[in-house]
Design a protein around this ligand. Structure first.
Ligand code: ATP
Length: 350
């Protein structure tokens, strides 16, 4: 187990600044998720930790030692990358067992460990196949199995579940979570899937344009996003973000008249999550609009209202039914959280 520390880490590709002055301490035993949209620098950060990418400037420390110039094989890291990196001439069994072979583990122990690991990722029936005879999702599971077959100091995982179908993705997620609980190995996990980040992480680092914009527990990222970018990125469906103004303790926008505990201010964005709203019959409800769409998700119905260009989504009960264009009213649920942001800077106000 080991702490990983990035001190003023930068990465430039020529004139392009891919990672900017990154400072981050990944604590021993932590499951840290790097989350952000495509191109924000997640993979580059991960590849620098792995030693697969030169660091332009700054210090990378693993277990208190500066490792900028240490080759990947000397960092005691196990990696899973998007492009699998499997050996084409080896069987699934040999691929999974390779890290053990490299470390001189005897054949009988290897066979046993490979079988146990293959079971965890549901690959036991495919051990004799070559990577070319597997689907993308199966290859991804081989790469995952090869990483978890031994216990390294650090796991680095770059979108290791991205090619799996929805059901397998959820079961592998639980498997990874259990594995982390069992082994307690420091893990850095890259994803652009906020649900994966929320469910797996001890802390999430939300990245944008080569920088970390918020580093917090999943709970805090969800309940107190620091700016509009994080607010809109976390949650599904995403937070309603409504542009308006505050005067006399009231936020006003088309279809919205919501009491808020904040001083007068123009150019404000009010944020409220669909799950923090409820349908109401009250005619003086803070939000009203014409019903635009109803989407049954199984355990609930997503209710979208539109009013003069403002669109608001609420998570209502599964049984809710109404005709399109009916006038509907919404109010924050008791305890439902209202967020306020500055429209220009995007920063959180409360
Ligand atoms: P994704 O989710 O799409 O994998 P990411 O957040 O992992 O994205 P990176 O792969 O880290 O993003 O890339 C960060 C930025 O650096 C991108 O704009 C990318 O185009 C750029 N980049 C990456 N590798 C190189 C390279 N070898 N040369 C020049 N630019 C690069």
């Amino acid at each position: 187990m080991a702490e990983v520390r990035l001190v003023d880490i930068e990465k430039r590709y020529g004139a392009f600044h891919a990672v900017k002055k990154q400072n981050l301490t990944i604590e021993e035993g932590e499951f840290l998720v790097l989350l952000g949209p495509s191109g924000c620098g997640k993979t580059t950060t991960m590849r620098m930790i792995a030693g697969l990418e030169d660091i332009t400037s700054g210090d990378l420390m693993i277990a208190g030692q500066r490792v900028n110039d240490k080759p990947p094989k000397d960092r005691d890291i196990a990696m899973v990358f998007q492009n699998y990196g499997l050996y084409p001439h080896m069987s699934v069994e040999q691929n999974i067992g390779y890290p053990l072979k490299l470390r001189g583990v005897d054949k009988a122990t290897r066979t046993k460990q490979v079988r146990e690991t293959a079971e965890k990722v549901e690959l036991e029936a495919l051990l004799k196949r070559r990577p070319s005879e597997l689907s993308g999702g199966q290859r991804q599971r081989v790469a995952l199995a090869r990483a978890i077959v031994r216990t390294p100091k650090i796991f680095l995982m770059d979108e290791p579940l991205s090619n799996l179908d929805a059901k397998l993705r959820v079961s592998m997620r639980a498997e990874l979570k259990h594995l982390h609980h069992e082994l307690g190995v420091t893990t850095v996990f890259v994803t652009h899937d906020q649900m994966e980040a929320m469910t797996l992480a001890t802390r999430v680092a939300v990245m944008r344009d080569g920088q970390i914009v918020q580093l917090d527990t999943p709970k805090k990222i969800y309940s107190e996003p620091v700016n509009l970018f994080v607010a809109g990125f976390i949650g599904s469906p995403s937070m309603n973000l409504i542009e308006g103004a505050i005067a006399g303790g009231q936020f006003t926008a088309p279809g919205v008249q919501m009491p808020v505990d904040a001083p007068d201010r123009a150019d404000v964005v009010l944020g409220i999550r669909p799950e923090d709203l409820e349908l109401t019959q009250s005619t003086d409800a803070p939000i009203s609009g014409a019903l635009y769409a109803l989407e049954l998700t199984g355990d609930s119905t997503l209710v979208t209202l539109r009013e003069k260009g403002t669109s608001i989504c609420a998570r209502g009960p599964a049984e809710f039914e109404a005709a399109i264009n009916t006038r509907c009213m919404l109010a924050p649920k008791p305890g439902g959280r209202v967020h306020l942001f500055d429209k220009t800077s995007g920063e959180r106000l409360d």
